[in-house]
Design a protein. Structure first.
Length: 364
């Protein structure tokens, strides 16, 4: 029993997965397809509700038809947002809460109790979405709300004028099982994917590449010839006094600091950049940048990495190595990267010796 309690406790403390799982999908080229799928599902539900307006058992009366129309507009609007705008955590939370309310409203507009129960099945898809992108606390809130709506939707089957308790209990049980089972199965799949991320190329905490993932991808980025207008850039980032943060505030705060640092790095890197957590509090970025952007980039990095308003306050020592010269015929990609990394690492330690919270750049 204590083992089960421990497992449930660990599950309950699972952090929000939006950034981690989004990055996991993006690194494998599936994120755009996921956006299309989620938006397409919202669009399809809008069409289903539109068709219900023309049914004899669809929404009856001015009020319920107005509710139906409102939900249709919300579905189509949500689809448009998913397709056009990059999703953010705030939008994702809004989508979950709005979807739950919309499903409840859509179920209420159906004049038949069985139709209302069928509408509640859609709660299962939202539960699956939460399992992959968010946290257990949101999942529990969703399941409680969905269960209440399901019971209320089947209420007339249990206690109405033409009550059939056996049928009502059976139908409610089937819908409840669907609503609960899909999120649980999704959570199991997510655990498998998390294991895959840990043992393959992705750092499970930040969603960035790990050391092996960087090594497997850096050749493709560096192998292309350097032109006169671009440069190869390797940046090494190391948090200042991170051990103190861990010792004083605990590992949960330390993990939050690491995740926040990963988000800050994304503020100044391009989509083509290779960004990796090498272990602990060290990060590496490899990318090609226009030569005329290098001077400006140093200021962007300094601004993005500033954690003066964090609690606890954080800062980073940053070393940059820039190469504008092409590789020699007998110089391998591995050797070129190793030299850039060595120079950037040395520049980072120079920044740390000078007190940290600095950026040092060297030309190779």
């Amino acid at each position: 029993m204590s083992g089960l309690i421990e497992v449930v406790g660990r599950w309950w403390q699972t952090p929000d997965q939006f950034h981690t799982f989004s990055r996991y999908l993006e690194d494998r080229g599936f994120f755009t397809a996921c956006r299309v799928l989620v938006g397409g599902t919202a669009f399809w539900m809008g069409l289903v509700l539109l068709s219900a307006r023309f049914s004899d058992v669809g929404p009856q009366g001015t009020f319920w038809r107005a509710v139906n129309l409102t939900v249709i507009v919300l579905c189509l609007g949500a689809a448009l947002v998913w397709w056009v705008f990059p999703p953010t955590p705030l939008w994702s939370y809004t989508f979950v809460v709005g979807s739950d309310i919309a499903i409840a409203a859509a179920a209420a507009t159906d004049s038949e109790p069985l139709g209302r129960l069928i509408a509640c099945v859609v709660f299962a898809s939202i539960g699956g979405y939460i399992a992959f992108f968010h946290n257990p606390k949101l999942q529990v809130g969703h399941l409680v709300f969905a269960s209440m709506v399901t019971v209320l939707s089947g209420w007339t089957l249990l206690f109405g004028p033409a009550a059939d308790v056996g049928l009502g209990l059976a139908k409610i049980a089937v819908v409840m099982a669907t609503i609960i089972v899909i999120p649980v199965v999704s959570q199991i799949v997510l655990a498998v994917l998390g294991s895959d991320a840990t043992t393959s190329d992705i750092d499970p905490l930040t969603g960035l590449l790990n050391r092996r993932g960087l090594a497997r991808r850096v050749n493709d980025l560096m192998d292309a010839p350097i032109t006169e207008s671009d440069a190869l850039l390797v940046v090494v980032i190391d948090l200042d006094r991170f051990k103190t943060i861990n010792d004083v505030h605990g590992h949960d705060v330390g993990d939050s600091t690491i995740m926040r640092t990963a988000l800050r790095i994304r503020l100044w890197t391009t989509k083509s950049a290779l960004t990796a957590r090498m272990g602990g509090d060290e990060f590496v970025v490899v990318e090609r940048v226009p030569v005329n952007a290098i001077a400006r980039l140093e200021g962007q990095i300094r601004s993005a990495m500033d954690g003066a308003t964090d609690d606890p306050r954080t800062s980073a020592s940053v070393g940059m190595a820039v190469r504008t010269a092409p590789r020699h015929p007998d110089e391998s990609v591995d050797d070129a990267f190793a030299e850039l990394f060595r120079v950037a690492d040395s520049a980072m330690y120079e920044a740390k010796r000078e007190g940290g919270n600095q950026v040092r750049a060297s030309l190779v």
